[in-house]
Design a protein around this ligand. Structure first.
Ligand code: IMP
Ligand code: MG
Length: 175
C-alpha cells in the first residue's frame, strides 16, 4: 500500500545516476592524491554515503560522525551536539564530509569548524540535497546531488522522527 502522505520527489534511479556523476568528479579531483577519508554524518547520510563510496574508485577510508539538533520536529533547534566522534585521526588526509541535506547550514558549519581543528590536508563537502532558501549560515559545498525547494523530505536515509529512512526514493512528506 503506498503511503498517502508521501510523494516521490527524486526517484531511486535519478539518485543513482547523479551519484555516478558525483563520483566521477570526485575521482577526477583526487587524481594523484593519497587515500580519501570519507566521513559519514550519521544517521541520515548513511545510504548516500554507502552508494557514493562504492561509486568512487579512488582509495577510500571510512569513518563516522554523529550530530543531533532536530529532535522530533521538522526544523532545527539551532543547537548542534556531537553524539559520536570519529574513531581515527584525519590529520594530513584529504577529507570528504558526506551529509544528507544542507538546510539552515548550522550542522555543517559546526562540523567543518570541529574537523578543521583536526588538521586535515583538505575538507570537501558532499551533500545529497540542498535547500538553499533555508540557509542561515553560509556553507560552501563542493558536490551537491540535487537542489530542492523548501519542503520536508524523507527517504533514502532521511527521517521524520526516525521513520522512513529505508525508502529508496526521496519523498515529500505531507500532512
Ligand atoms: P541544518 O543544520 O539546518 O543544515 O540541517 C541539517 C540536518 O537537518 C540534516 O542533516 C537533516 O538531518 C536535517 N534535515 C533538514 N531538512 C530536513 C528534511 O527536509 N528532512 C529530513 N531531515 C532534514
Ligand atoms: Mg543529518
Amino acid at each position: 500500500m503506498p503511503d498517502p502522505k508521501l510523494t516521490v520527489l527524486i526517484s531511486a534511479g535519478q539518485i543513482q545516476t547523479r551519484i555516478r556523476e558525483l563520483a566521477a568528479q570526485i575521482d577526477k579531483d583526487l587524481e594523484g592524491r593519497g587515500p580519501l577519508y570519507m566521513l559519514c554524518v550519521l544517521k541520515g547520510a548513511v545510504l548516500f554515503y554507502a552508494d557514493l563510496a562504492r561509486a568512487i574508485t579512488h582509495p577510500v577510508r571510512m569513518d563516522f560522525i554523529g550530530t543531533s539538533s532536530y529532535g522530533k520536529g521538522k526544523s532545527s533547534s539551532g543547537e548542534v551536539r556531537l553524539t559520536k566522534d570519529l574513531d581515527t585521526t584525519i590529520e594530513d588526509f584529504d577529507v570528504l564530509l558526506v551529509e544528507d541535506i544542507l538546510d539552515s547550514g548550522i550542522t555543517l558549519s559546526y562540523l567543518i569548524h570541529v574537523l578543521q581543528q583536526r588538521k586535515p590536508r583538505s575538507i570537501r563537502i558532499a551533500t545529497l540535497l540542498d535547500k538553499p532558501e533555508r540557509r542561515v549560515r553560509p556553507v560552501v559545498v563542493d558536490y551537491v546531488g540535487f537542489r530542492i525547494p523548501d519542503a520536508f523530505v524523507v527517504g533514502y536515509g532521511l527521517d521524520f522522527a526516525e521513520d522512513y529512512r529505508q525508502l529508496k526514493d526521496v519523498c515529500v512528506l505531507g500532512e
